[in-house]
Write a protein that binds this ligand. Sequence first.
Ligand SMILES: Cc1ncc(COP(=O)(O)O)c(C=O)c1O
Length: 389
Amino acid sequence: MLPIYLDHAATTPVRPDVLEAMLPFLNSVWGNPSSSHRFGRAARAGLEQGRRETADALGVEPNQVIFTSGGTEADNLALIGAALAARAHGRPMHVVTTAIEHKAVLAAAHAVVNLGGEETILGVDANGTVRFADLDAALQREPALVSVMWVNNEVGVVQPMAEIGARCRAAGVPLHSDAVQAFGKLPIDLDAVGCRLLSISGHKIGAPKGIGALIVRDRKIIEAIIHGGGQQYGIRPGTENVAGAVAMGRAALLARRELDEHVARISALRDDLAARLVHAVPDLMVHVQDAPHAPHILSLAVPGAEAEALLMHLDLAGIACSGGSACSTGTVEPSHVLVAMGIERSLALATIRFSLGHETTADDVERVAAAFPGIVDRVRQLHVALGRA
Ligand SMILES: Cc1ncc(COP(=O)(O)O)c(C=O)c1O
């Protein structure tokens, strides 16, 4: 039987239309887009098409799309770039973000501290939502930037971006959002939210790894963090990844065109999977039950089991998903996101994430639901046998 891939929040397969669009730029159209001769002009046409399609999908101007190597670089450019711009204007390098961000944002905020700046990390409530009172208090200090992720990659909570944006706007503080998990899963209206910087990543929406973008609606609020030949308005120099840009544009266009239908389909599958799993294992704890959540992410804790063992048994059964904890330096630490939400350590270490995508079918959901209770039983027995219960 074919394995079931339910880890689309980690990465997605390249979509056939995207591959077809990018292939000529790895093959016959190989010029440098900065060259003025015909080879360069052909490559530039591809690059500009990718920029235009990405811009159209987000309702922004093409010259507001700055291609990067992915979401991580886009986040670093936003946070460190905004801190450097603040310093250049004689203002403090102070960035505000949340405790549940992807490490790309948290580590970039920390890099600002290492450059002599300051970070404020906002806590969240039990559903992972930012508290407005904390945000308001941070805004009073007029930071260089507020960065709040649109959709959390581990538990899928959607932040109230319109309210957050309104507060930032009222305080005159630019807002950045890591929309890597939101793009293609939720409508994104940058004008309505008042978001000035937005990070996206190609490989989460059917483009290959190694391409992303920072949408920059106001160039005054950031400075470049790498330096070179002046490409991309000097904000992100370096010879552009033309094939990647073409792929990003095509994937973005498809994501935008198919948004409603895709969201309706995968959210129904997600809800069906959640209902079946809870029916089969009634003491499961589904995270973010009481707050808006993304259509593609289902995060749940299996009391009396360990995520690592669950993932191994699921993998043996041909089901690929992921854990809510990161194993580093030989010890398994609970995820910083679940810790920030106040989830008990044993439940955090028992949390796994299913994430759905374009190829997910109702048959996949049925097969996972059929296999899951047996796997949970085995892992729980193991847990008891190892004296961990
Ligand atoms: C929310 C979020 N931000 C940033 C990233 C990093 O993106 P990339 O893998 O393109 O560097 C990811 C990827 O896991 C993510 O889920």
